[in-house]
Design a protein around this ligand. Structure first.
Ligand SMILES: [Zn+2]
Length: 206
């Protein structure tokens, strides 16, 4: 991986600046795909889709920060990644029904992935047993929205049902997809296997 020049973002709320890392070249070597569809590419890090302004504390979409190549040779590895708590605050601030569909989906997945980092098993032994009630309620609403909007993606829906403990529904959706040698059939069989163990944690697919 070759680092690139930092990009300067301008907060659309206050005009404050921040620098975010970029990479000049990278590759997908060592990539991990998780059951909830999150990809981790250690050699191809990308700036966070939502950025936190260090000046005013608001959140904004990366593209709304008007990213400009500084051309500087100082390298940074700060991609503006958010913690779960920050992603939750960003969701409060940015999510609304008028958002453009692509941004809406990205925010929903950002929230879900960060939830799964902290509470859904991605951090293994470090994951607390349960989350606060308000977070559990938000998760239920977000999963419902994703099940509605991603109904055509049956494998994802099977996984979402598994994550919320609806194991029978997961098995029902995944079973018709589980025959064959292609990757999606292999994934379907893994979902069924974990559902049968009543395991609701996310796990690595590869
Ligand atoms: Zn700001």
């Amino acid at each position: 991986m070759t680092p690139g020049p930092p990009y300067r973002l301008t907060c659309p709320k206050c005009g404050g600046h921040k620098l975010v890392a970029s990479i000049a070249s990278g590759n997908t070597f060592g990539g991990i795909l998780w059951s909830d569809s999150k990809h981790d590419y250690p050699m191809l890090p990308q700036p966070s889709f939502v950025q936190h302004c260090p000046v005013c504390g608001h959140y904004y979409f990366y593209n709304d920060g008007d990213p400009k190549d500084t051309g500087e040779e100082s390298f940074s590895f700060d991609f503006g990644n958010l913690s779960f708590e920050q992603a939750n605050d960003a969701f409060d601030e940015l999510y609304n029904s008028k958002l453009e569909e692509g941004n809406k989906m990205q925010l929903l997945f950002l929230w879900l992935y960060k939830y799964n980092d902290k509470y859904g098993g991605r951090e293994g032994e470090n994951c607390p047993e349960r989350c606060p009630e308000s977070i559990a309620e938000r998760r239920a609403a977000i999963v419902d929205t994703l099940l509605d909007s991603q109904a055509d993606n049956v494998l994802l829906c099977a996984e979402l049902h598994r994550e919320i403990g609806e194991f029978d529904k997961c098995i029902e959706l995944a079973t018709p997809l589980a025959d064959g040698e292609d990757f999606s059939a292999e994934v379907a069989r893994k979902f069924i296997e974990h559902a049968k163990m009543e395991d609701s944690k996310v796990f690595q697919l590869y």
